[in-house]
Design a protein around this ligand. Structure first.
Ligand code: ATP
Length: 344
């Protein structure tokens, strides 16, 4: 186990700044997720930690030791990529044993460690097969077992689940989460999928434009975003952001409900809402529409649980909606950063 730390880490490719002065420190045994849109610098950051990319500036420390100039094999890390190439002509046993063999392990040691890694991912029964006789999910587990077998101090995972179909991803996510908690190896996990990030991360670093905008627990980054980028990136649909006086006001679609559904609560901000579209999603109903004039008639979305069966909304009608005051967030119009609340 080891703590990973980056200090002022920077990477430029010509005039592209892929990573722009990042300072992050993982916890011991933590599952830390790097989350952000395509091109935000996640993979470049991970590759620098792995030693596959040389930083333009800054330092990387693993377990308190500066490793910036060390080659990947001297860093005690194991990395699993999106395209985890297995050797097609080798059995699964040999695939998993490969890194051990390359390090001159004895037969006995190889047997013991391969069986241990395979059992961590419940693939002991597949050891004699070739990769082509495995499902996508099984192959992915083999790739993780192959990385684990070297007993790294740090796991670096770059979108390892993105080749799996939606259903498999859900079960693979659960498995990976359980496994990470069991072995408690510090894990840095790159994804652009916020469901993965929210579901697995102890903390999430939300990135954009080569910078970390916020580093916090899933609940923190979701409920207390530091700026409009984080507010608008997390959530599906994301936080509603509307202009109000000299600020931007944000509130989540699931907090913006018909006023009568907040019966008995007094801390409400009431807003008139003109409905212009309804989308049924099964568990939720998305209601699109425009706010009253003091919010510049901004277009927003409300997310109503479908279980509110007694409440029906009609397109073209205006309703009294409300948001609990504590769920309204304020942002600076120019910088996008959080500001103090204003009375509404
Ligand atoms: P994705 O989710 O699409 O993989 P990412 O967040 O991992 O994106 P990076 O791959 O780290 O993003 O890329 C960050 C930026 O650096 C992008 O603008 C990319 O085009 C640029 N970049 C990455 N590698 C190189 C390279 N070898 N040469 C030039 N530019 C590069």
């Amino acid at each position: 186990m080891a703590i990973v730390e980056t200090r002022g880490l920077e990477k430029r490719f010509g005039d592209v700044t892929a990573v722009d002065g990042i300072n992050i420190t993982s916890g011991e045994g933590e599952f830390l997720v790097l989350l952000g849109p395509s091109g935000c610098g996640k993979t470049t950051l991970l590759r620098m930690i792995a030693g596959l990319e040389k930083p333009t500036a800054g330092d990387i420390l693993i377990g308190g030791r500066v490793v910036t100039q060390l080659p990947p094999r001297a860093r005690g890390i194991a990395m699993v990529f999106q395209s985890y190439a297995l050797y097609p002509h080798m059995s699964i046993f040999k695939n998993i044993a490969f890194p051990l063999k390359a390090h001159g392990a004895t037969k006995e040691e190889m047997n013991r460690k391969v069986l241990w890694a395979a059992s961590m991912f419940c693939i002991q029964h597949l050891l004699n097969r070739k990769p082509r006789a495995l499902s996508g999910g099984e192959r992915q587990r083999v790739a993780l077992a192959r990385a684990l077998v070297r007993e790294p101090n740090v796991f670096l995972l770059d979108e390892p689940l993105s080749n799996l179909d939606a259903k498999l991803r859900t079960s693979a996510r659960e498995e990976l989460y359980r496994f990470q908690k069991e072995i408690a190896i510090t894990t840095i996990y790159v994804t652009h999928d916020q469901v993965e990030a929210m579901g697995m991360g102890d903390r999430i670093a939300v990135m954009n434009g080569g910078k970390v905008h916020q580093l916090g627990s899933p609940v923190e980054v979701y409920t207390e975003p530091t700026d409009t980028f984080v507010a608008g990136f997390l959530g599906s649909p994301p936080m509603n952001l509307v202009e109000f006086q000299d600020r931007i006001v944000g509130f989540r679609p699931e907090c913006f409900l018909p006023r009568e559904m907040y019966q008995g609560r007094e801390d409400l901000v009431s807003i008139r809402f003109l409905v212009n579209r309804i989308e049924e999603l099964g568990s939720d109903r998305l209601v699109y529409g425009n706010l009253e004039e003091r919010f510049n008639c901004s277009h927003v979305i409300a997310s109503l649980p479908t279980s509110f069966t007694h409440y029906s909304v009609q397109i073209g009608a205006t309703y009294d909606f409300a948001v609990p005051a504590g769920d309204v967030k304020f942002f600076d119009k120019q910088t996008g950063f959080r500001t103090n609340p204003l009375p509404i």
